[in-house]
Write a protein that binds this ligand. Structure first.
Ligand SMILES: Cc1cc2nc3c(=O)[nH]c(=O)nc-3n(C[C@H](O)[C@H](O)[C@H](O)COP(=O)(O)O)c2cc1C
Length: 263
């Protein structure tokens, strides 16, 4: 990185990270682990857990988690969410089965690495579909979809409790974002209660598949609600919670007529 300092006070001035760090070091030393607040600890140490004990989560704890979701902020305070709690093993198993079948179907049509004429057709399909659904068929979810199809990745990771978040389509502004904030409140609350969680976006495969009407009826999902996300909850096997590395994204910092690029 070029650390050249430009000595003018225009808002476009780029000072250096080194200079900023020196300045910050003088005024605000980096917090040590023992200085973190409880909330910071929960945020930094929470991990997605994909290996649970069979022990069920007490109902009162699930209710506390739902309360954390209910108290989330939302645009215009529209609270565009509704929750479904599933703790019925047979039901979870059936959902898992149908999602796996759906993933198999996707793999059949989109496995562009396959050989022979089907491979060529799948290549053509994937070229077309990836343009229509660039996020859903990004290589990461596509790879995970194939793993689910092959039985190498579980949908709910054997968690004993799953919360489904339904989005109210009439929400103000951006209800998807509101539901994300609501879900993160629940995930963090669960962690603070000694529980583990994992978001499960793939649960929506249930309603993007031939099983759509079966599950809309079964879970009684009607307008204005739409299945948006799932969150598994349970007690983790082992001790997965710890800080992990994250990307450092550039931050543009405007202050005192100067722009600083920092991290
Ligand atoms: C909206 C959303 C959907 C996700 N869907 C899945 C999923 O279907 N299956 C899964 O195993 N993990 C899923 N994850 C978990 C991510 O893979 C995980 O958050 C990411 O790898 C970072 O790891 P961490 O949560 O331990 O920090 C999802 C996460 C988010 C935020």
């Amino acid at each position: 990185m070029n650390n050249k300092i430009v000595n003018d006070s225009s808002p476009n001035t780029i000072t250096t990270r080194t200079e900023l760090e020196t300045e910050k070091e003088l005024t605000a030393p980096a917090p040590q682990i023992e200085d973190w607040t409880q909330v910071e600890k929960v945020i930094l140490e929470r991990r997605s857990v994909r290996w649970y004990k069979s022990e069920q989560v007490p109902e009162h704890l699930v209710r506390r988690i739902l309360e954390a979701g209910r108290y989330a902020p939302s645009a215009g305070n529209s609270q565009p969410w509704k929750f479904i709690v599933i703790r019925d093993k047979a039901l979870l198993k059936e959902m898992e089965h149908d999602v796996r079948q759906t993933c198999k179907l996707f793999r059949f049509f989109l496995n562009w690495r396959g050989r022979g004429p089907m491979g060529k057709i799948a290549w053509f399909n994937s070229q077309m579909m990836i343009r229509l659904l660039p996020h859903e068929l990004h290589p990461i979810p596509l790879g995970a979809m194939f793993l689910i199809a092959e039985g190498k990745l579980k949908l709910f990771h054997d968690a004993p409790t799953v919360i489904l978040i339904l989005k109210d389509k009439r929400g103000v502004s951006n209800p998807d974002l509101d539901c994300g904030i609501c879900g993160q409140n629940m995930v963090l609350a669960a962690h603070s209660l000694g529980l583990s969680t994992c978001w499960v976006g793939f649960v929506t495969a249930l309603i993007k598949s031939p099983y759509r009407f079966k599950w809309l009826k079964r879970l009684n999902i009607k307008y204005p609600y739409e299945l948006l996300e799932g969150i598994t909850i349970g007690y983790a096997r082992g001790n997965p919670n710890k800080m992990v590395e994250r990307e450092l994204h550039e931050i543009a910092w405007y202050e005192n007529g100067q722009k600083t690029i920092t991290y």
